[in-house]
Design a binder for this molecule. Structure first.
Ligand code: HEC
Length: 446
């Protein structure tokens, strides 16, 4: 309401965030698990005085630093850009509440990156003890940054006592925080193994390859074995509505929940019957297939986590469309458009219900619906007449639990109905299928 709206055609902004965030999750969890993998592998090599294992760990360090410092950093910044553009109101609320948590996390990020570089260039240049210590600093700070951020992520889904107490401790130490931390830590371990399979499967020395591939496979199995238990613990803390959505309430969400379990199962089975039993024959292509399964499982799980949060972006505090339940009464009496700083049609258009309705749609519905792309409103309302539309809009939150109630004056609701009817008249594939950039542009096209 207080910020401009960014129209992302066809997919909507949510999917764009998801696409970038899933890649970031896949890399950042590896950054943490990979650190633990490196220090423990280095220790194993040192204890056994095995130069080949140490050489492998050194080689794997190059791979890790390349992946996390380039792709991790780029996708991390990408996540910030997209979330701030897609939902500035929610980001602003989170930044105000968690300013210090983020500040602390960023200090850990900095330490992590510096330690990763020192560790990378310290191979062969530092004595073993100091090098190991740097490795622990790297892993420790990486995990601590997860600890900080994890509390913010789970807060959005399980805001716990915060809505009443408004205390930062209650917000950060919310009910989902610990189980999610356990789950993400297990994901870190599993992903460390997945990435290590990519490097170990390429080793030329067959005896070494056998040892390292099997060793990496164990990381996948141990990590992936813990995930379902931590996942169940996490699911137990979810709000009732979220559990309902995941377990049958919405076909799409249920499908993704099943996909997440199925892909994880395939990953474990593939790891046992591939690298674990046939380490020498494991080809890097197979390791990449396992990585793709892991990426798929990560994607499906993160998608579910986002989807079950509907209708909220911050549970019980702010809806996905940036309106807050607390503002409901004020906005209803004043009017949605009169309360908005943007998207208000020009004064001369105030008696055109379609234009009013289009603005109402952009402010209130476009965070979850596109006009004719993903979760298309034209498709959802096809064949509905004026009376039916008007009636359904008054009961949006009853119609689908994933939707917030409609907020606005009778005139605005009438406008929304007129706009949705006008979409049907235009029909699919019409040139006005995508919302025009400005009213002027829209008029010109006609
Ligand atoms: C928080 C996200 C969200 C917001 C905001 C939202 N919707 Fe929805 N809407 C959904 C979801 C999710 C569905 C269900 C899609 C499914 O089940 O496939 C849905 C379904 C619908 C349907 C179809 C219902 C049916 O019975 O098939 C209509 C109509 C609809 N929305 C209208 C609106 C209108 C109008 C607005 C704005 C005033 C709006 N929605 C705002 C998430 C949202």
């Amino acid at each position: 309401m207080n910020y401009p709206i960014w129209d992302v055609p066809l997919t909507g902004g949510g999917l764009l965030i998801a696409a970038i965030a899933v890649v970031h999750v896949f890399i950042s969890h590896f950054a943490i698990g990979g650190g633990l993998f490196l220090v423990l592998t280095e220790r194993m090599g040192l204890r056994a005085r095995d130069a080949a294992v140490l050489e492998y760990a050194r080689h794997h360090t190059n791979f890790l630093t390349l992946v996390i410092l380039v792709f991790g950093a780029v996708t991390g910044v990408g996540v910030w850009w997209t979330i701030a553009l897609v939902n500035p109101t929610a980001v602003s609320a989170l930044v105000h509440l968690f300013a210090w948590v983020w500040a602390i996390a960023w200090v850990f990020f900095l330490v992590e990156i510096v330690a990763a570089l020192v560790y990378r260039y310290g191979w062969g240049r530092m004595d073993a003890r100091t090098h190991q210590a740097v490795g622990w600093v790297y892993f420790g700070s990486a995990w601590l940054s997860l600890l900080m951020i994890n509390g913010i992520l789970t807060f959005m889904l399980t805001s716990g006592k915060w809505p009443e107490t408004q205390s930062l401790t209650d917000a950060w130490m919310n009910p989902g925080m610990l189980p999610s931390l356990a789950m993400r830590s297990a994901v870190c371990v599993a992903l460390a193994g997945v990435y290590a399979l990519i490097t170990s499967s390429q080793l030329a020395d067959l005896a070494l390859k056998e040892r390292m591939v099997r060793y990496s496979a164990k990381w996948v199995i141990v990590g992936a074995g813990v995930i379902p238990f931590a996942g169940l613990w996490f699911a137990g803390t979810l709000p009732e509505q979220a559990r309902f959505l995941a377990s049958g309430g919405t076909p799409m969400v249920t499908a993704f929940t099943v996909a997440s379990v199925l892909l994880s199962g395939l990953l474990i089975t593939g790891t046992v019957f591939g690298p674990m039993l046939f380490p020498r024959q494991t080809h890097v292509t197979f390791a990449c297939v396992l990585a793709a399964l892991a990426l798929g499982a990560t994607g499906a799980t993160e998608w579910v986590r986002e989807a079950v949060r509907k209708p909220y972006v911050i549970y019980e505090y702010m809806y996905s469309n940036s309106l807050r339940p607390a503002d409901l009464a004020d906005v209803s009496s004043l009017g949605l458009l009169a309360s908005s700083r943007w998207h208000v049609p020009a004064k001369s258009d105030w008696n055109d219900p379609v234009k009013i309705g289009r603005s109402v749609f952009r402010v209130q519905c476009s965070s979850c619906h596109t006009v004719s792309g993903l979760n298309s409103i034209r498709f959802a309302t096809r064949g509905w007449d004026k009376a039916l539309l008007d009636q359904q809009i008054q009961y949006l939150n009853t119609l689908k639990g994933a939707m917030p109630p409609f907020i606005g004056t009778d005139e605005e609701r009438g406008g929304l109905v007129a706009y949705l009817i006008s979409l049907q008249a235009e029909g699919p594939g019409a040139s006005a299928a995508l919302p025009a950039r400005s009213e002027g542009e829209r008029l010109c096209r006609r």
